[in-house]
Write a protein that binds this ligand. Structure first.
Ligand code: PEP
Ligand code: MG
Length: 885
């Protein structure tokens, strides 16, 4: 028989697949002897069975009864026992934490009878507060009643009494509210609030299962690339109460600051409160340190447990706890989410503390996090902010204020940058938070929903900017001095400093980028120091080389400062833009060999100088120069524009002969499918002079650099080869030209000549191509385009967005390399290429060379290097290091 239920004492932290993250960690804490209320976990397998069949698996009920009995025996009370009820909490817990996505139901087991017994034992107010919470949570999450109805009734009760806080309602008020709430359920759910405690339990478990397939959970999974078929576990636990008076409370704590990585405990505490009150940001919490004054014994115990957990997990842990009449209970722990800055700082701190080694530290950070740290920040010298709040999730964000999730999504879809402004956020705001550049709330602290979710997604977030009066109905907020900001007004938020500014604030480069650029870090900048140490280790362990895609000496210099070990792709077409476009035009229009010669002679010295400068910037390192790739029409005016101009010339009776000739050439070169037309190696074969000029310029540049005492390492790369025969002709010609250059300049340019592999046919015939090529460089942009039959220029902005939206694919193949298709071609080409030519150098120069996930895969596939834009070079170095440990 399948085992669907595990007692906390029988699991451990490695059983996340089956018990979910929360269940596995509750089990681990139980086994560590920490004070966890007794309970059990219903497995993700039960959830999967439920989702597949639409009902609970038959064995589940019996197992639930057995485990409940055991729990009742331990507690000496029965579920819902009329004179002294055992109460339960039911919480979801998937393998990956999905903050606020799933539902929690507290106080299961209370009913009209047992609430009176609870009142007699623990106090009238307390008992009725528990019961109204149960009915409210049960009504919304299990029976699907609109939560706003309960909120409105609660507000009405407070208004009627003339009080502001929940705590100002007495037992009588809460008793009256339970009656109102039950009425709401009867009216809107079409059934009464169930009074049978076991029915409450089973319905609650079913509701948690159902919430896995709910809209909020699905949106979150898509955003975080979490598979849809994992299912969630359900944790059933004996209730402990933080709302039995001021000697009780509930809180969230971190063993280090998850925002900055600063060592030292950190968290929020809310006295006399239960469950979700802290995370929901409804009531303002006090800093955890306050607990030392409120209850020094519980505080010391909490610190002790936090140390135990950090030593045990060897990482930052976050914790949910409750204090019931001075007794501390652990309700949850997990390895905590953190910002990018905190990730780097904590990893190096843990190395210094001897808890992890440098390899492990490298595994604890990611290229995506490094990228976040490289974004620009606000210029700190700018004007006074209009408000300050909690720096909940770092980053600078500028956008138009919007006040609801739907508008955020709509405006973002239309290409606008928006900041989502809310009083506080809740799981329904998720889509808007994903669409927005940043999130601003007037309520809640670092552990509020907005803060936790924004940090997890890497969105900038300022929380609890309490001076702002947010009026979501009228779509505006008002600052302390009366300034009104409406929907659509530009605002800027600084999630690192907590400031809110009116208008678009200028940004400055991040200190991490300044460090990569060679500036000394400011003394005491622990973040830069942590990044520097991590990078050093990544460089020491990585096997994969990292080069840059650069076409100017400036880019090459920057790339080198950023750690590039050469240039993997110099796109020469970028050298023919601006003024030089004219020279290419002359070449295309030339009608005689002399005319063509003249145009090429004009281009040659310019090209030579380009190469000299780049070879100087990368002296001693390989520089892969690609011969001209794009279709020639890209250098000519647009056909329609030109045709209109020529027609107008004619109409005015002022025919322009040059323009008319240009139009003829444009017509001649026009292709329906230019990306599959006369480009790359095909140009070299059809118009050999052009490639010849480029090869000569390279040879002469190498000779010139040698004469200057340099160490030039040029490599010549041929694009868009589909067959070995094409390459054979080009290589033979290039070799001839290089040999010609040698006697003329007195130096021999020994340039490796290789090819891009960017067409499926090239990959499939790589063995034969390798016989002609000194190296391969995978052009994964074109290879993806041609393997998938998807236009790289259009797909992502047209239908592919819908594919991603519908979850057909989790990520675009142009962003992260498609291992199953393109990846197989790469593996095949690598194998056949190296078989034909042992030691053949293999690189990647498509955009994927800078994508963190893809970089790790290229390491595994055994390639020699990746090449990416200069800015991505540090990211690729880090990921190459991570791939090697
Ligand atoms: C490629 O196709 O991956 C490539 C690097 O070349 P380009 O992007 O210039 O076509
Ligand atoms: Mg290409």
């Amino acid at each position: 028989m399948r085992r669907y239920v595990y007692d906390f004492a029988s699991g451990n932290k490695d059983m996340k697949d089956l018990l979910g993250g929360k269940g596995a960690n509750l089990a681990e804490m139980t086994n560590l002897g920490l004070p966890v209320p007794p309970g059990f976990t219903i497995t993700t397998e039960a959830c999967r069975a439920y989702i597949t069949s639409g009902s609970e698996p038959p064995e589940l009920r019996d197992q639930l009864v057995t485990h409940l009995k055991a729990l009742e025996e331990r507690m000496g009370r029965r579920l819902g026992q009329p004179d002294d009820p055992l109460l339960l909490s039911v919480r979801s817990g998937a393998k990956f934490s999905m903050p606020g996505m799933m539902d929690t139901i507290l106080n299961i087991g209370l009913n009209d009878a047992s609430v009176t017994a609870l009142a007699a034992r623990a106090g009238e107010r307390f008992a009725w507060d528990c019961y109204r919470r149960l009915i409210q949570m049960f009504g919304t999450t299990v029976l699907g009643v609109d939560g706003r109805l309960f909120e409105a009734a609660l507000d009405e009760a407070k208004r009627g009494k003339g009080v502001a806080g929940d705590l100002d309602l007495d037992a009588g008020d809460l008793w009256a509210l339970t009656t109102t709430f039950k009425g709401l359920i009867a009216e809107h759910a079409g059934r009464p609030m169930p009074q049978d405690p076991f029915e409450q339990l089973t319905l609650a478990v079913g509701a948690v299962f159902d919430s896995w397939t709910g809209e909020r959970a699905r949106i979150y999974r898509r955003q975080e690339h979490i598979p849809d078929d994992l299912g969630t576990a359900v944790n059933v636990m004996a209730m402990v109460f933080g709302n039995v008076g001021m000697d009780s409370g509930t809180g969230v704590a971190f063993t280090r600051d998850p925002g900055t990585g600063q060592a030292g405990v950190y968290g929020d505490y809310l006295p006399d409160a239960q469950g979700e009150d802290v995370v929901a940001g409804i009531r303002d919490t006090v800093p955890l340190q306050e607990l030392e004054n409120l209850d020094p014994r519980a505080y010391r115990e909490l610190l002790r447990i936090m140390r135990v957990l950090e030593q045990h997990y060897r990482d930052l842990c976050d914790i949910e706890f409750t204090i019931e009449r001075g007794k501390l209970w652990m309700l949850q722990t997990r390895v905590g989410k953190r910002t990018a800055a905190a990730a780097f700082r904590i990893a190096t701190q843990l190395v210094d503390e001897g808890l992890i080694n440098a390899d492990e530290a490298l595994r604890r950070v990611s290229g995506a996090q490094l990228m976040q740290l490289m974004f620009p920040r606000f210029d700190r010298t700018t004007a006074e902010p209009i408000a300050r709040g909690v720096s909940a999730s770092p980053g600078a964000a500028v956008g138009r204020a919007v006040f609801d999730s739907r508008t955020a999504v709509e405006r973002a879809r239309a290409g606008e940058k928006v900041i989502l402004v809310r009083r506080e956020t809740n799981p329904d705001d998720l889509a808007g938070m994903i669409a927005a550049e940043g999130v601003l709330t007037s309520h809640g602290g670092k552990t509020s929903h907005a803060a936790v979710v924004a940090r997890g997604m890497g969105r900038a977030c300022v929380c609890g900017a309490s001076a702002l009066e947010v009026d979501t109905d009228r779509k505006r907020f008002t600052t302390a001095d009366g300034t009104v900001v409406h929907e659509g007004d530009l605002i800027s938020i600084d999630g690192s400093g907590g400031q809110v500014h009116l208008g678009a604030v200028p940004v400055v480069p991040s200190p991490v980028v300044r460090y990569f650029d060679g500036e000394a870090a400011e003394p005491g900048d622990e973040l830069v120091a942590a990044v520097a140490r991590t990078m050093k280790h990544a460089d020491a362990v990585r096997r994969l080389g990292v080069r840059a895609n650069a076409d100017t000496a400036q880019d090459a210099e920057r790339a080198r400062r950023f750690g590039a070990e050469g240039i993997g792709l110099c796109r020469t077409e970028h050298m023919f833009l601006g003024d030089r476009r004219r020279l290419i035009e002359d070449l295309i229009l030339a009608e005689t060999p002399e005319g063509r010669r003249e145009a090429l002679d004009a281009l040659l010295p310019l090209q030579r100088q380009d190469f000299i400068e780049i070879l100087r910037a990368m002296d001693g390192l390989p520089v892969t120069i690609r011969l001209l790739d794009p279709p020639l029409h890209e250098f000519l005016p647009d056909l329609t524009d030109l045709a209109v101009q020529v027609a107008l010339d004619k109409e005015r009776g002022e025919p322009d002969e040059d323009r008319a000739r240009l139009l003829q050439a444009v017509r001649r070169l026009h292709e329906e499918n230019p990306m599959l037309g006369l480009r790359g190696v095909r140009l070299g074969l059809v118009i050999p002079d052009l490639f010849a000029m480029q090869v000569r310029a390279i040879g002469e540049a190498v000779a010139a650099r040698r004469a200057q005492g340099g160490d030039p390492r040029a490599q010549i790369m041929v694009p868009l080869v589909a067959d070995a025969a094409e390459l054979r002709v080009i290589v033979a010609r290039a070799r001839r030209i290089l040999a010609e250059v040698a006697p003329e300049t007195g130096a021999r340019a020994r340039c490796p000549i290789g090819t891009m592999i960017e067409l499926p046919r090239a990959a499939l015939t790589a063995g034969r191509i390798a016989e002609e090529a000194d190296f391969f460089s995978f052009g994964t942009n074109d290879l993806t385009q041609t393997t998938w039959g998807l236009s790289r220029d259009d797909a992502e902005s047209s239908f592919f967005a819908a594919y991603l939206d519908k979850g057909v694919f989790p990520v675009s193949p142009f962003e992260s390399v498609d291992r199953d298709g393109v990846g197989r071609l790469i593996e095949l080409a690598a194998l056949e290429g190296r078989t034909a030519r042992p030691g053949l150098e293999l690189g990647v120069c498509g955009e994927h060379g800078g994508d963190p996930d893809s970089v790790r895969w290229f390491h595994t596939a055994g390639l020699d290097y990746v090449s990416c834009s200069p800015f991505r070079v540090p990211v690729a170095r880090l990921e190459a290091g991570r791939a090697a440990v």
